[in-house]
Design a protein around this ligand. Structure first.
Ligand SMILES: *[C@@H]1O[C@H](CO)[C@@H](O)[C@H](O)[C@H]1NC(C)=O
Length: 245
């Protein structure tokens, strides 16, 4: 079950429009300065997840990325060797949503309090969250970013990659029995599959510069759509944790 979640990969939609980007592509170095690579120690090894900096001392990710111990790397582009821009920070406390259900994947959201505040630089910055009322509508084209690394031995990308993904009508996720449009987003057009992209669980879905979703789960065979946690729904929960920590 863990590998199903961590190995989330999805195919991206390729529209006919002249200026649509085709396929996942390498991001311009440090063009997503909020991106965090999480190294998660679990009983059976080290796993990677994506995450994103939302305050100098808080990273957001998926609840299924919780582990015994987590280290966060900020300011990374190519993760094979330490770059001058890196900030490596330990997680002081993990706040997985208390109602996270590992069978239905409902409430797949977690906040990580860092031991120290990140320094804001050209390569490290925060990503704004939506206000509680501001939710995104089907048809919007947003962007997901990640290294696609899913475990110590799993193949992934050395460098940060990004892909454009279309927000789908909730009906497209009906086949996922526990999909609930109140808490989740249905992402990726199943009809326009052209090329593959592997994303990290816990990474952001960014719509007009705002984090609207968190990569949660998809199908074993990685065909779209995939399910993302809908951040706007969790604003009260997020605010409560940020205010008291
Ligand atoms: C990442 O860095 C390594 C080591 O410096 C290099 O061999 C590799 O080609 C780089 N990857 C990309 C995609 O640039």
């Amino acid at each position: 079950m863990k590998s199903f979640l961590l190995l989330l990969a999805f195919l991206l939609s390729h529209e006919a429009g002249a200026d649509e980007i085709v396929g996942g592509e390498e991001s311009k170095p440090h063009s997503h300065p909020y991106m965090a690579l999480l190294k998660i120690q679990m009983r059976d090894g080290t796993y990677h997840c994506g995450g994103f900096l939302i305050r100098r001392d808080f990273v957001m990710t998926a609840a299924h990325c919780a582990g015994k111990f987590i280290t966060v790397i900020l300011g990374a582009h190519n993760i094979t060797n330490k770059e001058d821009t890196w900030q490596i920070l330990n997680v002081k406390r993990q706040f997985p949503h208390l109602q996270y259900n590992s069978k239905t994947f409902i409430n797949d959201i977690m906040l990580l309090k860092l031991e120290e505040k990140a320094k804001l630089t050209m390569a490290v910055g925060t990503l704004p969250l939506p206000s509680g009322s501001n939710s995104v509508s089907p048809g919007r084209v947003c962007r997901a970013t990640g290294w696609g690394r899913t475990g110590v031995t799993a193949p992934g990308s050395d460098t940060l990659r990004e892909v454009k993904l279309r927000l789908m009508d909730p009906n497209n996720c009906k086949e996922y029995p526990s999909f609930d449009e109140r808490f989740q987003l249905c992402v990726g057009n199943p009809k326009t599959i052209k090329s593959a992209y592997k994303g990290d669980s816990g990474g952001p879905l960014i719509c007009s510069g705002v984090a609207q979703g968190i990569v949660s789960y998809g199908r074993y065979n990685a065909t779209p759509p995939a399910v993302f946690t809908q951040i706007a729904y969790y604003r009260p929960w997020i605010n409560r944790i940020l205010a008291s920590n």
